[in-house]
Design a protein around this ligand. Structure first.
Ligand code: ATP
Ligand code: MG
Length: 814
């Protein structure tokens, strides 16, 4: 039996019920996290269908992610049955793609237009800048790409922009011509970038009234979830689709007019300018959860909704149905410190629940181990299933150590919105090099790297080598060595000779007793693999370099734990975690642990949540520390993170975190300080001795050999990656047990002295100005080491002073 309209409002509180039953003018539901906004949207749709006020085809519901769209469709389907399938429930982007595929002719586009993702459009911008002969130092293509995106989100096209640029502004002039040429190239390629999907749809609706009317006739109900994250273009799109009540339009007449409009269906697309009443618009959001300012989202859209839609009704929801009071107290306290917000206080009828658990780990690895141990323990003692648990981090690079520990602990997991570390292309490539060096018979891996990075060895050469190997009954690698006998064309022969030399050189390192870390470094340097990634403007390549730095850290860690370990030992260890088949899958419907960034977690909920990396410089992100607006956004992000938890919340941090291959000592996140003491229980705190030691270190400047320490508190290899692997206890480390200056020296030791040519390491001098992909502009204040192992201390102003292992750092000399 289908639920009756009355069933659909049962169990809702009076405000929720009012929101579901509201009819007429625009409706704004603003409310804190977990107060049932999404639930109200879902029930409202079901209610409209159950009362037969709307047919499924007349509903357009917009969510922020495809996952959320699928969930909403499923929930409505559960409520009203399969008829729900003809509804449009989608993200802004997919809705626009659908409209553009139908209406392409009006815009003079092929229906098969292609869609450029962020990486594609950055690459295109790079080509444009090159052909315009723009100096990449003064006019960075990446910055242009972002600017163009910002302009598009404001619906400012290339011509509009060019018209506003003054003759004296060289930067904007360059930008204007790049924007124009970028636009032309997209057109020639019959391609649209992500921002165009919205912008072109807006243009379509504005330019062709008949088309606009046909969509307005069709969608009598427009509902938008996560409205706080719409940008200007999306805002205008909603307004174009829904329409705005013309002045004097009588709301009470609207219901009738609606029906009239629906009845005279829209074969002719409706007469332009016909007085069609606006669609019923429902938007729900929470200004405190606006976390996409970097994509042009503006809280203004929600704050000024009432001004823009004078006949709008606003409903506030305050009861939270998701979390315990302890979790809400923490979230309320963190967000309360943002200024210029409407105060609201979430409460729950569910009771206090267990206290939030805090944990301070020595290192990122120890932090991951705590997470894994705790997931195990909860399973044993409380029957918590892996599927009940989510682990959040601020940036994707933080997932590696978590993944590794979870794999070793046999806990099934998935990474949402990213590829698992050991499945990433660059990691597989790097490991393939090591396999090829360790085992010449490993044809698969030798063949994998034959033309990686590109050395002009295509399928043809590979085929000839393979054929020769077969004929001679030798391995593929042996065929590479005997390339002179294969009869290759000169150019290929030269390239193969170089490849053979490269492998031989690396094998000699193995015989000479080099550590796996050194061999890895040499492979990446001598092959030119790292240099190629570093030279690229593609942001994906920058994150590939970061991932390789992570792999370097794995190898350095291995060396510290097992100084006599061979390359084969290392590969064995890595294969155990790298082999996808070893990763346990969901066993018997118990689900898998979800790993994701906080951004991806918006709108979701889990019984158990771990928020990791709560350090100033990680979360809040380093970039935000000097900028109050960005810091407010980080605070909203923290609010989103905390409010995902239903019953149990864990907050963890690492005293030392390795990034770009160098360990950094980071202070506790300021967000932790805001949480009321009585809601938080420390499972392991930074010990008094440790805090003292830090103070002591700061007071004394460098404190151990080799100038490893600069005393400014952002680098402390003394108890860094050391012997993490075997350390048994998790008790607080004290000075007595070797925490200080004992010289396990994870950092500088993680650097190879014999690592090879390292042509890609920028040669810097004290005083040089540099830019870093994440930290921005900086000045070199000190240098240590040489060649591949150089470490630079760079002052990034507001972003702080950082010690960076140059080989793996996205640093460019200006
Ligand atoms: P967010 O801001 O995080 O997107 P939200 O406001 O959309 O949160 P929902 O996800 O709709 O909140 O609801 C949070 C949880 O509370 C869900 O599990 C939902 O089913 C439940 N819930 C909401 N309202 C009620 C209610 N009246 N009775 C019982 N459970 C409810
Ligand atoms: Mg929601």
């Amino acid at each position: 039996r289908r639920p009756s309209p009355e069933d659909l409002v049962e169990g809702l509180n009076p405000q929720q019920r009012a929101a579901v039953e509201h009819r007429g003018g625009p409706l704004l539901i603003v409310a804190g996290a977990g107060s049932g906004k999404t639930r109200v949207l879902t029930h409202r749709i079901a209610h409209l269908l159950a009362t037969r006020e709307a047919r499924p085809g007349e509903i357009l519901a917009i969510t922020f992610t495809n996952k959320a769209a699928a969930e909403m469709r499923e929930r409505v389907e559960q409520l009203v049955g399969p008829a729900a399938r003809t509804m449009w429930v989608s993200t802004f982007h997919s809705a626009c793609v659908r409209i553009l595929r139908r209406e392409h002719a009006a815009l003079g586009m092929r229906s098969s237009f292609s869609i450029y993702d962020a990486a594609d459009s950055q690459r295109l911008m790079q080509l444009v800048c090159r052909s315009l002969d723009l100096d990449p130092k003064r006019y960075p293509p990446k910055a242009f790409s972002h600017k163009v995106s910002d302009l598009k989100n404001e619906l400012i096209d290339a011509e509009d922009f060019a018209a506003t640029v003054s003759d004296s502004n060289a930067f904007d002039q360059a930008l204007a011509s790049a924007y124009r040429s970028y636009t032309q190239r997209l057109q020639q390629a019959h391609a649209l970038d992500f921002d165009d999907l919205i912008g072109r749809t807006v243009h379509l609706l504005r330019t062709f009234p008949a088309i606009r009317e046909s969509y307005r006739r069709r969608f009598r109900h427009v509902l938008v979830d996560e409205y706080q994250d719409t940008n200007h273009a999306q805002y205008v799109l909603v307004r174009e689709l829904a329409g705005v009540a013309s002045e004097g339009w009588d709301v009470r007449e609207r219901a009738q007019a609606d029906w009239a409009a629906v009845d005279e269906t829209s074969e002719q697309g409706g007469a332009p300018g016909a007085a069609l009443p606006p669609a019923q618009l429902t938007v729900v959001g929470d200004a405190d959860q606006s976390i996409y300012a970097f994509r042009g989202a503006t809280i203004r859209n929600i704050l000024e909704f009432e001004e823009d839609y004078p006949d709008a009704r606003t409903i506030l929801l305050e009861q939270n149905y998701r979390s315990t009071q302890n979790i809400l107290n923490a979230a309320n306290a963190v967000i309360a410190r943002n200024s210029g917000r409407r105060a609201k206080n979430l409460w729950t009828a569910e009771g206090a629940g267990p206290r939030i658990v805090g944990y301070v780990a020595d290192s990122d690895h120890d932090e991951s181990r705590f997470v894994a141990d705790e997931i195990d323990r909860l399973g044993d003692s409380d029957g918590v299933k892996p599927g009940d648990v989510a682990v959040f981090y601020r940036t994707n690079a933080q997932s590696r150590s978590l993944e590794e520990v979870l794999i070793r602990a046999g806990i099934p997991y998935k990474v949402v919105g990213g590829t698992r570390f050991y499945e990433r292309r660059e990691i597989k490539d790097a490991i393939a090099y090591l396999h090829a060096v360790a085992n010449p018979d490993d044809a698969v891996n030798v063949r994998r790297i034959l033309n990686v990075p590109k050395r002009g060895l295509g399928d043809r050469t590979e085929g000839q080598l393979a054929w020769f190997a077969e004929r001679e009954r030798i391995s593929f690698a042996a065929a590479v060595e005997r390339h002179e006998e294969v009869g290759l064309p000169t150019r290929a022969a030269t390239a193969v000779a170089r490849f053979a030399e490269l492998l031989a050189g690396l094998r000699a390192m193995v015989d000479g007793g080099s550590s796996p870390a050194e061999i890895l470094d040499a492979a990446l340097d001598r092959s030119g693999y790292l240099a190629e990634l570093r030279a690229s403007d593609d942001p994906q390549d920058a994150s590939r370099v970061e991932n390789l730095a992570e792999l370097h850290a794995v190898a350095a860690e291995f060396r510290d734990a097992a100084p006599d370990g061979t390359l084969v030992d290392f590969l064995e260890r890595v294969s155990l975690v790298a082999d996808a088949d070893q990763i346990p899958l969901d066993d018997g419907g118990r689900g898998v642990v979800t790993l994701m960034t906080v951004h991806t977690a918006k709108g979701l909920e889990f019984p158990v949540v771990f928020v990791t990396g709560l350090e100033d410089g990680t979360f809040p992100h380093q970039r935000s520390l000097a900028d109050p607006e960005e810091l407010s956004e980080e605070r909203r992000l923290a609010y989103v993170a905390l409010t995902r938890a239903r019953q149990r919340l864990y907050l963890t941090r690492a005293a030392v975190r390795t990034s770009f291959g160098v360990p950094n000592q980071l202070p506790a996140s300021r967000f932790i300080d805001d949480i009321p003491r009585e809601s938080l229980e420390w499972r392991r705190e930074e010990s008094a001795t440790e805090a003292m030691r830090r103070g002591w270190a700061a007071g004394h400047g460098g404190r151990s050999r080799g100038g490893d320490h600069d005393g400014d508190g952002d680098f402390a290899p003394a108890f860094g990656s050391g012997s993490r692997g075997e350390r048994g206890g998790t008790g607080p480390r004290t000075r007595a047990d070797g925490g200080v200056g004992a010289g396990t020296g994870g950092g500088a030791r993680g650097v190879s002295e014999r690592g090879g040519a390292a042509a890609d390491v920028p040669s810097l001098a004290v005083g040089d100005r540099v830019t870093h992909d994440s930290y921005g502009l900086g000045t070199v204040v000190a240098l240590e080491g040489a060649g591949a192992s150089s470490v630079a201390k760079i002052d990034f102003g507001g972003a702080g002073t950082k010690r960076l292992l140059l080989r793996y750092s996205p640093v460019t000399k200006l």
